[in-house]
Design a protein around this ligand. Structure first.
Ligand code: NAD
Length: 256
């Protein structure tokens, strides 16, 4: 009997950024387990290399070390991915940075550093996928990892919130432009998810603050796998009628 699982990704080549750590890492492992071949991208070479031990079957995974804040270098990076693994069906942009920067200390290079990787790299990746030389021509799906911080405010997060709200807006317009080509474009907005990025922020909190933040999530803090499940849903045929959306995956954070 034919495999009727609409989450299967056999025969599809997906580029996953930020694959060395956290959400990107879990996403890469999940998409691979569902049958996709992958181009995994990160600036952390050792982190990428350590992925090999976790792929059940190491086939169909090409590693590309790159700093995505070098926006002008992304076209060449994507060409390398196509040369190594064939034309792409999708891109999942998980690479991102967050720095707590109160507005009085905010400097131009600080917000541009965040904006470059979180937002501008996403746009360049979307632009690249729209090219005939890159896009496989069917099952097109782009997923950007946004944040609830693009929808609600948080003191010290001006630059980060700006970068994520811009991503949500960009995805909506891009979805309209790329729909005729059969490429869907969506964002996922996670709440607080236990990853190395989260631990960086958590270290600044005392226990009372940690508990207060966790209590904002009726289902508690999330795990990287919770977001990876949502990515798989949007990349696969389960998401085939969804485009221009931001899917909130936040344990109820925004429900209040
Ligand atoms: P993480 O720090 O665990 O992983 C991020 C990865 O991106 C790392 O492997 C890092 O090396 C890579 N990266 C960062 N800058 C890069 C660059 N310039 N070039 C190439 N690679 C780069 O973080 P995470 O928590 O998994 O976050 C993944 C995404 O999810 C980010 O966009 C983040 O903003 C978003 N997000 C995270 C949370 C959370 O609570 N963890 C919540 C909402 C949104």
């Amino acid at each position: 009997m034919a495999d009727l699982n609409p989450l299967r990704l056999d025969g599809r080549h997906i580029l996953v950024t930020g694959a060395s750590s956290g959400i990107g890492r879990r996403t890469a492992l999940m998409l691979h387990a569902l049958g996709a071949s992958l181009s995994v991208v990160d600036r952390d070479e050792a982190g990428l290399a350590s992925l090999d031990a976790e792929f059940c079957a190491g086939n169909g995974v090409a590693r590309q070390v790159a700093d995505l804040s070098d926006i002008a270098g992304i076209e060449e990076l994507v060409s390398r991915c196509v040369a190594a693994g064939g034309k792409l069906h999708g891109v999942v942009h998980c690479a991102g940075i967050q720095e707590i920067m109160p507005v009085r200390t905010l400097q131009i290079d600080g917000w541009r550093r965040i904006f470059a990787v979180n937002t501008e790299a996403a746009l360049m990746l979307g632009k690249c996928l729209s090219s005939k030389k890159v896009y496989a021509g069917h099952h097109g799906s782009i997923v950007f990892i946004s944040s609830v911080m693009g929808m609600v405010g948080s003191a010290g997060a001006v630059a980060y919130s700006m970068s994520k709200a811009a991503l949500d807006g960009m995805a909506r317009s891009l979805s309209l432009e790329l729909a005729p080509r059969g490429i869907r474009v969506n964002c996922i907005a996670p709440g607080f998810v236990r990853t190395p990025l989260f631990e960086q922020t958590e270290r600044l909190w005392d226990e009372a603050t940690r508990k207060a933040v966790e209590d904002l999530h009726p289902l508690g803090f999330g795990e990287a796998e919770d977001v990876a499940h949502a990515v798989a849903f949007l990349v696969a045929d389960t998401g085939r009628w969804i485009t221009g959306s931001t899917l909130v995956v936040d344990g109820g954070y925004l429900a209040r």
